[in-house]
Design a protein around this ligand. Sequence first.
Ligand SMILES: Cc1cc2nc3c(=O)[nH]c(=O)nc-3n(C[C@H](O)[C@H](O)[C@H](O)COP(=O)(O)OP(=O)(O)OC[C@H]3O[C@@H](n4cnc5c(N)ncnc54)[C@H](O)[C@@H]3O)c2cc1C
Length: 545
Amino acid sequence: MVAGAGESGARRLAGWGFTGVTVPAPAALLSWLGERLGPGAPQQVRAPRLDVLPAARRLPPLPGEVSDAALDRLAHARGQGLADLLWLRGGVTPAVPDVVARPREAEVEPLLAACASAGVRVIPRGGGTSVTGGVNVLAGEAPVVVLELSRIAGLLAVDEGSSLASFGAGTLGPAIEAALAPRGLTLGHLPQSWELSTLGGWVVTRSAGQESLGYGRIEDLVAGGELVAPAGRLVMPARPASASGPDLRQLVLGSEGRLGVLTRVTVRVSPRPAGREVRAWLLPDWERGIEAARALLHERVSLSLLRLSDPTETAAALLVGLGESSFGSLARRYLRLRGVGEGCLVLLGAAGSAVHRRRALAAGAAVLASHHAVALGSGPGRKWLADRFRHPYLRDSLLDAGYASETLETAAPWSGLAGAHRAVAATLRESLAGEGERVVVLCHVSHPYVDGASLYFTCFFRVPVEPAAAVARWARLKRAANDALIRHGLTLSHHHGVGSWHAPWWRDEVGEAGARAIAGAAAALDPAGVLNPHVLLDPVDRLVE
Ligand SMILES: Cc1cc2nc3c(=O)[nH]c(=O)nc-3n(C[C@H](O)[C@H](O)[C@H](O)COP(=O)(O)OP(=O)(O)OC[C@H]3O[C@@H](n4cnc5c(N)ncnc54)[C@H](O)[C@@H]3O)c2cc1C
């Protein structure tokens, strides 16, 4: 259900999550931003008008449930990227799909056939939480059907002996865990968007959950599945291993709805942990933090989560409450007395039995101690665990106060991590200098690997009240970021995907031959080019559309 007038507990249209849930921006954070950026211009949400939607164009008969209700069309027009929110909050009515289709699994094939032969575009949509323009309907196109997967959801089969479970691709995060819990199982894939995103969406965007260190990224969890395309069906049986040519799962992972509709997925599941625990420390500085993170990986400490914040993010995290414990200020004072600066927050998490958690965290603490860490106790970790799915609401409260927060993520080998952090942060900080605006840049490592780690940047900047000006400012920052990532040989995304907002730069990342290979696969599976045509392969900059 989507929020209409007066509904509460429904999904919010121009913001994160559910109506009735808000997370106010802490006053300390607002004044910290005010000092660094200047006063924000408070903004009110002006919902887009439903009465100005264009009439739905004529479509061929489509199988299954099809809706042309105005609120449905509006609610399926955009994703959850910053620009999407700036348009919707500003009252701008976006281009909308002609209809929203909710087929059952058997109806996907005839629906795609009908659309392909009539030249109707189809945007597959899971939870609509894309932050890369991946589900956006663009103006002036052929008719558009949003194919929403909510009816292709739920547990299909479990093979407990093999630790495998099959789900409809439209199953939301909480429904997956609810279906596995009675069997003592978990998937353990917990992206911050977990409450609103789907298994199929995770697979085709190569998602990473917060506990990727313990459970792996989604590509480690996918054992098999089925993709339906206008020109055929890719059936990928769950096999423990195979040397039978290229792995089709790797073609589907990251395909973002451009190659077909993922209808079912078989995942590798684990025993449900008896408990989860997160502990916090302060490390003297970012370089030593990176060294400590690398050491934890190389010593193969059995953790489920590692999160290392740079000094600016540490300062912000302490302001929003993670450091409320008196330990926080004591530890910072202790570090300052030792002349080692403000410190970097590190969170380590373990999931499993009490014995496993104790051992893993003790092993982690020993490695951190050899890098001069100061323990902050269990309070900050408990708070982080309790709030981890509430953090996205903060973005809306900050926008209310006139401050935007944009995130982007990349990855680098350990040897290049500090350099990548310096280069990208410097670009982001300077990206709005041309219009006399400052950008506060925060960063953390949250997905470490044996050979390197992700870098997740958050940028705060002031937004004008007028939506087109606000989106133009964001686009300036985003272009500078994309250019910098390519210039420094970094990936455009560690886990958000390409979507339409990275697509023109993606060609530079994968090279002409790489882009041609994927375009060839798209032509083979979708010869009429009707499936989500603006993701991956579209060379046009769509940031302000
Ligand atoms: C607040 C917030 C926090 C986030 N945190 C994380 C995080 O921690 N980790 C992370 O990895 N990502 C995160 N994301 C990004 C987003 O949630 C992921 O990209 C997620 O995988 C998208 O899933 P979805 O079901 O919402 O897909 P959608 O947004 O609906 O679609 C995303 C793309 O996949 C395609 N698609 C969706 N389902 C199918 C299908 N069944 N078949 C074919 N194509 C399909 C769409 O066409 C589109 O291109 C976050 C986003 C937000 C807004």
